[in-house]
Design a protein around this ligand. Structure first.
Ligand code: T3D
Length: 267
């Protein structure tokens, strides 16, 4: 089963409860254009609406994950005497960054090659990030006079702490996948030849778990960074109260007692 993406720059497929979205402009290192971002946002909306989908894998075609914003795009390409409002281009990114962070199913990013600028930060916004040996992450923004966008200023300090976040963001140096894993920027670095299979395996495991508990866990972990301990406890209580009344909790406990595999259904 496939969606009908709005642009050939995004390829989609659904198999066994896992939706695969592939950034598909390999000839341009999957650099983002406005139509590509709009197609990606539309595909994510379809994932959110499709009850059959229980996990997402995001990856890139070819040798790169994404080189970030396509700097040839007329909206951003410098022209003598013209001041560009880059916020207009950024408006195409925000629905994608927001959708990835709040998708009602867990997200896995399989970073197959270089992830630069917005490409890096959209990848890092996914729930579980795996990267191939040979892949890399570059906060390329400072080198062209910009700030880390697509959530970079929020994600980086939370993932690696202020000191390393600022080193990465200010210097814009290339970070290898293995170093990214060592720092805790991503979950794991894996051999290139096993990346797709490992990402699928993680997504299949997530798809078999109770989706609504996973998505609430993501939201609570994100919110907890800014909450006092006591408020985090209250937020956990509210979530647990709702989950305890849902089908999946009953099913999970019953399956445990029956010594059988659970069949989760809530989204
Ligand atoms: O509104 C807004 O604009 C705000 C949003 C901003 C979001 C952002 O993402 S800002 C950051 C934009 N991205 C970059 O600055 C990255 C620029 N690219 C690179 O640093 C390097 O190309 C890479 C590290 C990604 C890859 O390096 P490498 O050595 O593997 O490849 P290369 O030779 O540099 O690039 C290959 C080709 O792709 C080359 O074209 P050519 O010479 O073969 O005709 C290169 O110009 C082109 N290319 C690479 N990145 C981009 C690009 N063309 C357009 N836009 C790109 N981002």
């Amino acid at each position: 089963m496939t969606f009908s993406p709005q642009s050939p720059s995004i390829a989609t497929a659904i198999e066994g409860g896992v939706c695969h979205i592939t950034l598909n402009r390999p000839e341009a290192l999957n650099a983002f254009t406005a139509p590509m971002l709009d197609a990606l946002a539309a595909a994510l909306q379809e994932v959110a609406a499709n009850e059959q989908v229980r996990a997402l894998v995001l990856t890139g075609a070819g040798r790169a994950f994404s080189a970030g914003q396509d700097l040839q795009e007329p909206l951003v390409r410098p022209e003598p005497g013209v001041r560009k409002d880059l916020g207009l281009m950024l408006d195409h990114y925000l629905p994608v960054a927001r959708a990835l962070r709040s998708l009602p199913v867990p997200t896995v990013c399989a970073v197959n090659g270089v992830a630069a600028g917005a490409g890096a930060n959209l990848a890092l916004g996914c729930d579980i990030v795996l990267a191939a040996e040979g892949a890399s992450f570059i906060q390329a923004f400072s080198k062209i006079g910009l700030i880390p966008d697509c959530g970079g200023t929020w994600l980086l300090p939370r993932l690696v702490g202020r000191a390393k976040a600022l080193e990465l963001a200010l210097l814009g140096d290339k970070l290898s996948a293995s170093e990214a894993a060592r720092l805790g920027l991503i979950a794991r670095c894996v051999p290139a030849e096993t990346l797709a299979a490992e990402a699928l395996g993680v997504a299949q495991r997530l798809a078999a778990l109770p989706t609504s508990a996973l998505v609430r866990t993501r939201a609570l972990v994100d919110a907890a960074m800014d909450l006092p301990f006591d408020e985090a406890l209250s937020a956990e209580r509210t979530a647990q109260s709702a989950l305890g009344q849902a089908h999946d909790y009953q099913e999970g406990v019953q399956a445990f007692l029956d010594k059988r595999a659970p069949r989760y259904a809530d989204r």
